[in-house]
Design a protein around this ligand. Structure first.
Ligand code: GBH
Length: 515
């Protein structure tokens, strides 16, 4: 029996709140109805993360991160010791992004570079200087840097005390954030504290798929989620109190991965609503809902399941009144990573494994949905539009930054599938914004480069730029989707139907200057 195999569910889970659950039938669109124009307040950007691209794993004072240690112990071949070598090739990357007309450049910082021992006594100024150069280069190339403090890599030493399963991590994160803000808050005005806490907690502490590789099923993901939530909230308040004025109109928030859910059976809609709460709602409710706290359904069902297992307390830790207060409202925007959706079914209440999945909801993939090469990623563009409408209705129409959206497609430079994916998702996003008044402020593509895809290594290339991982130069070559996005951003509108781009793309080899 797996008391917490819901993890998969949780993660795979998603939403559909009462209001937004129904699929909307779109009217016939034409170019001139304005729905497919990019309004002036919408920024289009591109995203990367430190561990997935930087390499230089032991250079200039960096200590091993949790991921370095894990990939070395597990003998990952290939690993991310060099990755895309962006530590050295950052100017090329930034120029590539700028030349595609992106306005936002999302990146994360390597904690183990900046605080190699995890302690404030050893600030690594080589790392600080490196990131100053990177951030200034982003601005010099006309883009706005959008910085994630934590995209899953931390000094390996923290795993000795249990990583995010320990409250010590909250203090460690505060220390790290303080150093980062002190040094970069005058350069950067858009911040994210933690990328996809639930994905990390589920895969790390639920399944042991990620470093340090220990499973702590049952309670682990919930404890990890709570520690991250509190760490996030404290860092939000730290920023507002001490660093908000370093830059006018600074913003700081968190980013959650939300998938959309559709009931498999037309006779009920509850399963999709519950799925939303276990996935998107789990850490969004405490921040964005009026009442704060975890969703009631999670509190009820996890407690009930814990008792069934003979435990005397719920595996979901409680948030005290003061914690609820501390956490509520701690995000200046709703950070959303959207990739995919699932169908949902209620599972009959029994002592069966599925019910013990904590949610009582099962998930499947609709076999009419086209599949990506990544097996977890059926392509469901309407899920993005529906999710935006749910967020609008459920959380009082907060500004939404879509901070990741993309597919792995294949390694081909003529990446028609990826280009179509962007078209269909951007179309949904524009309709949600222009027709339904969803307050979307940014759409950020995942990802600039074919990078290290965590446990999938390099087998799932998400880049709009191909990286030759067999070459010591890690040669970059823009794909068809890169040129397509460049054109769309320039035109600031999508055509009413997808126009297949010409094959092959203009450039075969990017040498860092010409494009
Ligand atoms: C994003 O997470 C990450 O933020 C980003 O770093 C990553 O590159 C991107 O996804 C693309 O993968 O193979 O069945 O074990 C999205 C959430 C969590 C989805 C891990 C895939 C592995 C599923 N991801 N999950 S499986």
């Amino acid at each position: 029996m797996k008391p917490f195999s819901i993890g998969l569910q949780i993660f795979l889970l998603l939403p559909c709140l009462i209001f937004g659950r129904t699929t909307v039938n779109f009217p016939n669109l034409s170019d001139d109805d304005g729905l497919l124009k990019f309004p002036d307040d919408l920024m289009i950007g591109v995203s990367t993360s430190a561990y997935q691209t930087e390499g230089a794993w032991d250079i200039d004072g960096k200590s091993p991160s949790n991921w370095d240690e894990y990939t070395h112990v597990k003998n990952f071949t290939p690993n991310a010791d060099i990755a895309c070598d962006s530590y050295h090739k950052y100017k090329e990357d930034i120029k590539l992004a700028a030349n595609a007309n992106f306005k936002f450049f999302r990146m994360s910082l390597s904690w183990s570079r900046i605080l190699p021992t995890g302690s404030l006594e050893n600030i690594n100024y080589d790392a600080i200087n490196h990131y100053k150069k990177v951030l200034n280069e982003v601005k010099k190339q006309g883009m706005i840097p959008f910085v994630t403090l934590y995209h899953w890599d931390h000094p390996a030493i923290f795993d000795k005390f249990g990583g995010w399963n320990s409250e010590k991590m909250i203090i460690a994160f505060n220390n790290y954030a303080q150093v980062v803000f002190k040094n970069f808050a005058s350069i950067v005005k858009f911040w994210t504290t933690i990328n996809e806490p639930i994905a990390y907690c589920y895969y790390e502490h639920g399944k042991g798929f990620l470093p340090p590789g220990d499973t702590f099923e049952g309670r682990g993901p919930y404890i990890c989620g709570q520690n991250m939530l509190i760490a996030h909230a404290q860092v939000y308040h730290l920023f507002k109190k001490k660093y908000n004025n370093y830059n006018p109109n600074s913003q700081i928030g968190i980013v959650n991965a939300c998938w959309n859910f559709y009931p498999a059976n037309s006779s009920e809609s509850e399963s999709a609503v519950i799925a939303f709460q276990y996935n998107c709602g789990w850490l969004s409710n405490p921040i964005f809902s009026k009442k704060g706290d975890y969703p009631d359904i999670m509190k009820q069902r996890i407690k009930e399941n814990s008792y069934l297992e003979g435990l005397s307390t719920s595996r979901l830790p409680e948030l005290s009144k003061s914690m609820i207060k501390l956490i509520k409202g701690t995000s200046d925007y709703f950070g959303l990573n959207y990739y995919t959706s699932r169908m949902t079914n209620n599972v009959k209440k029994s002592q069966s494994e599925k019910w013990f999945d904590d949610s009582g909801v099962d998930m499947t993939i609709n076999n009419e949905w086209p599949m990506d090469v990544a097996a977890w990623l059926p392509i469901v563009p309407e899920g993005l539009g529906d999710m935006l409408r749910i967020i609008k209705n459920k959380y009082k129409n907060p500004p939404v930054y879509i901070l990741e959206n993309g597919i792995a497609s294949d390694g081909n430079r003529y990446d028609l599938e990826r280009t179509k994916y962007f078209y269909s998702h951007m179309k949904e996003m524009l309709i949600a914004k222009n027709r339904d008044d969803c307050n979307v402020k940014a759409y950020v593509v995942w990802s600039l480069l074919d990078s290290f895809e965590w446990v999938a290594r390099y087998s799932q290339p998400f880049g709009i730029v191909h990286v030759d991982h067999n070459s010591p130069h890690r040669t970059r070559t823009p794909k068809t989707s890169y040129y397509w996005l460049k054109d769309m951003i320039h035109q600031r509108a999508l055509p009413s139907t997808f126009i297949t781009p010409l094959h092959p793309p203009k450039i075969i080899y990017w040498n860092g200057t010409e494009i």
